[in-house]
Design a protein around this ligand. Sequence first.
Ligand code: SF4
Length: 489
Amino acid sequence: MADIKTKDFSKASAVSILDPQLRRALRQVGTGFDAARRAAIDEVSPKLWDEWREEARRIKIHSLDHLDYYLDLLEQNVTKAGGHVHFAKDAAQANDIMAELVRTRNIKIATKSKSMVSEELSLNPALEAQGVDVYETDLGEYIIQLAEETPFHLVAPALHKTKEQVAQLFTDKLGIPYNDDINALAAAARLALREKFLQADLGISGANFLVAETGTLVIITNEGNGRLSTSAPRIHVGITGMEKVIPSLQDLAVFLRLLPRSATGQRITSYVSMITGPRRADDEDGPEEFHLIIVDNGRSKMLADPDLREALYCIRCGACLNICPVYQKVGGHAYGWVYPGPIGAIVTPSLVGLKEAQDLPQASSLCGACREVCPVNINIPRMLLHLRQKSAESPDPSERSAGLVPNLLAEGYTRVMRSPALLSASHKLGRWQQNVWAAMPFFPFSKKGGMIRKASLPLLSRWTRMRDLPELPKETFRDIWKKDLKEGP
Ligand code: SF4
């Protein structure tokens, strides 16, 4: 699997927040993608949009409730169309299947269109170990591959790079003169990649959807690379997660309305490719062989967990990233693996284990914006809370995000809030403590009145170094109640 750096979330996000270039790039996700999404919804009417969302959710619930049936149907129909279906239980098995295919067919060059699952499996290094040169052909992914980085965003992998950085990268890696004109950069990438499309024996793609009733793999893209990768080479291998299966083409129509609008605000993407098996005798072009690798890699575990199963409804539109106040500050790399943002904070711990990613479910203000924008109405905040609870109650200390002190503080807080006498006593103690701090001229924290400005207070520093500690009121609600309100008017 791709290098998992999820344990570094706090450190990496602290670094990202201070990066002015990332700040500028991340401003685009709210003002660009999210504004376009809202305009697209207004165009269809919010009422109709909500009906589509409900329909999409219903399809996903049904598909996953009957996943075994639809996977079976999909396999039958892919086979009937002349393709081959392989099921892989984990990354190692998926990469072995691919290795066997490239070995037995003497493949030396492969082109690839965007596939998050292949990132998840670390497919490129596995193929390179077999002596295959793999070329990413989506422009953003190509840039990321040259820069030896991981995607920054689900639908815009190179969002964080300026045109100047890309121009320098192309000069360094492709040996072409520096030119930061965007059209010239796109033309340079096109020129380099066209040659590879012609040389490649293998084209690899992901899938946005798999239609069970017809055995069709569906790719939604704005660049022609998906179509070239899946039709020019003599072998096409589609590789994707098992949750992508939907029952019928009629169901697909709902997602084709929702996905582009949620991702980029487009009514429809430039290309919607539907691939059913290899080329037929009377087809003018297309691959001689078609293979579909359906990957589990932890998804069965999510499916079996009623609290996390909903995360499998995700259609990877990226809308929840664009609206998330945490993603907007820290960007995609801080999440340390393939899937960033609010949905990544659920999928990643579910796939790589809470031990590796215990900080990710904490990376949320629980404002609920992610759920509001999600085209499948996925209740992300509920799952984040579930993972937090799982982490807090885990008997394994390595799965807990908070250390001993925060856990003791949370325990103490619970006791105080449950006892009126303790609440009253702690308020008095708190006011006394604040007055003592405020009276100390040498006290190293910035103070205003009784308020303690952002400061590293002992035991509370993870909270207070970024937030003000407001002055406790002189009179509590309980005091006012006793004094003035209890008797009524
Ligand atoms: S969780 Fe919803 S909003 Fe987020 S990427 Fe998935 S489908 Fe889009």
